[in-house]
Design a protein around this ligand. Structure first.
Ligand SMILES: Cc1cc2nc3c(=O)[nH]c(=O)nc-3n(C[C@H](O)[C@H](O)[C@H](O)COP(=O)(O)OP(=O)(O)OC[C@H]3O[C@@H](n4cnc5c(N)ncnc54)[C@H](O)[C@@H]3O)c2cc1C
Length: 610
């Protein structure tokens, strides 16, 4: 099956996405307009992205002392992406957008991630501009968001610092009011920033005429001290080049300097930078200090930034998923063509017979089925979450509130589960290629290297797990978990009535009970140190239970498809579901055992015994 046929099935037959066009916001849309967007993105990805995936890996970004140089292919690909209108796809018509459902935007972006994840499709720019649409002033939206949506300027998110990665409360970048009248600037209260930001993706390049950094920094108190903790963090717009309130470049460069490029394992098409803010390399008005305009209120920077981070987390999940999918397609193709070995008959192997293709070996089929289950399952989860985003924005009050809570619980899974298991899929894709997979002559090693990032950025695996068990499943008296349980039970009831699915429905019910019991037992002492010591195994079990539910729901839709739909496709989905229930779901027992017993083997290990 192709990515397109998989996406079409999930969107139209499983999620019944056409129904959204009955809502006022999407009234101009129909299956025809959705298909037109998917067709365009599929074509641009095929023509402008896929042929250059290896080019951007080998031609790493470099700094010539003045400018960061990227391959010409990256310029052409990003230009085509901006011209397609995808940067503002979900925005209002007045902002130049298409008022597309987020679900269609997410599905369309999947084509780019599958073709070449690191050329990038503007996730940071869209996220940056969307954040300002929610928290910015009318002029900030007009000047910054609008130019980002148009592709004239691009965006970054500047959170991390060399000494503050997971622990953002330790951010040390300072922002001080920029003289008398600092709060009368039409672009927002004007500050001068000084500090260093590490790991900033797309932090310096010539792809667009300007770069809009969204920067977390602290405003010192009256004694000049930074307020400890996240309460002291504010958010600022810091353009690379100064702009006028009319949205034109003034010709002056802001005091943001490239300190160096990071040379990465993978994802090399996207430049990654260490930026110095306010070191005095570029004086603004004769003075050192990067000029930044406050967004929202002082002290609310992290809350505003979370708006961008949640979108970014679903985007990271889709990127991980698509790398998994790309590896699956490559290894499926290889397995269909590589002759090696002979099958074992009752009389042993017959060396006079020709070799078989490796897809005929059961172990190869196991590895292909695992990749299919991981990547197609993860895509279904991502689109389900995207559909919840649309519900949150356009559903009834009750439906919107339920969608919000479900997203709270599911976002850590949508980010982390594909990051771990689609990386495993890439490892299996290498394995299927044998020695060839370990060379640069085949694409699968690059998929693995590119994918290895996803468990690290946008909140590491460990941090996501603590967020899930320490906050998300407890919030609002556990209502998010309860709502999720209700959705799973509805799937169970539907599946139990279909031939061949009763056993899966029962296993899902058991898994749900086991997760609920382990959650209570983890928190039995009320002590976060006990509960969170095994947060990652908890997240693994939770994620596998969520994916078992998603697969069973998808299988129900496949089993009840209209006649005429592809029978082999439906059989593949039902087989992937069976694989998940027989080979994957049973793993949760081991993960939950250490959670429920609050096992301290790791936590109590003495440092000097390592
Ligand atoms: C290629 C790339 C692109 C990036 N792009 C951006 C970007 O555009 N903007 C941006 O702001 N940042 C970006 N980042 C930074 C990224 O978000 C951080 O690397 C990440 O948050 C982790 O921070 P750190 O690297 O300092 O690791 P650390 O925070 O030092 O973590 C190291 C390890 O310790 C664990 N750990 C840390 N604290 C705890 C704890 N309390 N309990 C248990 N375990 C813990 C972590 O899980 C991790 O395994 C990027 C990073 C990379 C590699």
């Amino acid at each position: 099956m192709t990515l397109r046929s998989t996406a079409d099935f999930l969107l139209y037959e499983w999620l019944a996405i056409e129904g959204l066009s009955q809502r006022e916001r999407f009234a101009d849309h129909s299956r025809e307009t959705f298909d037109a967007v998917l067709d365009t993105c599929e074509r641009i990805a095929r023509e402008r992205y896929a042929p250059f995936n290896r080019t951007v890996d080998v031609e790493e970004p470099r700094f010539d002392g003045e400018r960061v140089i990227l391959p010409q292919a990256t310029h052409a690909a990003q230009k085509a992406y901006a011209e397609s209108g995808m940067l503002s796809a979900a925005q209002d018509y007045e902002m130049g957008g298409m008022q597309l459902p987020y679900t269609i935007e997410a599905a369309a972006n999947a084509f780019f991630a599958c073709a070449s994840v690191s050329i990038g499709s503007g996730m940071l720019t869209t996220g940056n501009a969307n954040l300002l649409m929610v928290h910015g002033t009318p002029l900030q939206k007009e000047v910054f968001s609008k130019n980002e949506f148009a592709g004239r300027w691009s965006g970054t998110m500047c959170l991390s610092e060399p000494q503050a990665g997971s622990s953002l409360s330790d951010v040390a970048t300072r922002a001080v009011p920029d003289g008398a009248g600092f709060d009368a600037d039409p672009l927002g209260p004007r500050y001068r920033l000084t500090g260093n930001k590490m790991w900033i993706s797309a932090g310096e390049h010539e792809l667009t005429e300007n770069i809009i950094h969204l920067v977390l920094a602290k405003i010192p108190d009256a004694d000049g001290k930074l307020v400890p903790g996240t309460r002291g963090i504010s958010l600022f717009i810091v353009p690379k080049k100064m702009v006028s309130p009319a949205g034109e470049l003034t010709g002056e460069r802001n005091d943001v300097a490239l300190a160096g490029l990071n040379h990465k394992l993978g994802w090399r098409g996207t430049v990654n930078t260490l930026l110095n803010f306010g070191e005095g390399k570029y004086l603004v008005g004769g003075q050192a200090g990067a000029v930044g305009y406050l967004v929202g209120r002082p002290g609310e920077g992290l809350r505003c930034m979370f708006h961008m981070m949640n979108e970014a987390r679903i985007g990271v999940g889709i990127a991980a998923t698509m790398l998994g999918m790309a590896g699956y397609y490559a290894s499926l193709d290889y397995a269909r063509n590589r002759p090696q070995g002979r099958t074992m008959g009752s009389a042993g192997k017959d060396p006079s017979q020709p070799q078989v293709r490796i897809i005929e070996h059961a172990d190869i089929k196991r590895m292909l089925l695992a990749q299919k289950a991981y990547s197609e399952g993860a895509l279904a989860l991502a689109l389900y979450c995207a559909r919840l985003v649309d519900e949150q924005h356009t559903g009834s009050t009750l439906a919107a509130d339920e969608a919000r809570l479900l997203l709270e619980v599911l976002t850590p899974i949508a980010k982390s589960w594909p990051s771990e298991w689609c990386l495993e899929a890439n490892s299996l894709a290498i394995q299927i290629h044998g020695g060839y997979g370990y060379t640069r002559d085949f694409p699968v090693e690059q998929y693995w290297r590119d994918n290895r990032l996803n468990m690290i950025h946008e909140g590491t695996h460990g941090i996501q797990a603590m967020d899930l068990l320490g906050r998300k499943v407890l919030m609002e008296n556990g209502r998010g978990l309860q709502l999720l349980g209700e959705r799973m039970s509805a799937t169970q009831r539907r599946a139990a009535a279909l031939p061949g699915f009763a056993e899966h429905a029962k296993a899902l019910g058991q898994a749900l009970q086991d997760v609920g019991r382990a959650t209570r037992q983890a928190w039995a002492t009320g002590n976060p140190t006990d509960a969170l010591a095994n947060a990652v195994p908890y997240m693994q079990a939770f994620g596998h239970t969520v994916l078992a539910w998603i697969w069973l729901d998808v299988a129900c839709a496949a089993a009840t498809r209209d006649a005429g739909a592809s029978a082999t496709d439906s059989a593949g989905k039902i087989a992937a579901t069976r694989y998940f229930y027989h080979y994957e779901l049973p793993k949760i027992g081991a993960w939950l055992a250490v959670v429920a017993s609050r096992d301290r083997t790791c936590a109590d290990m003495a440092e000097d015994s390592f």
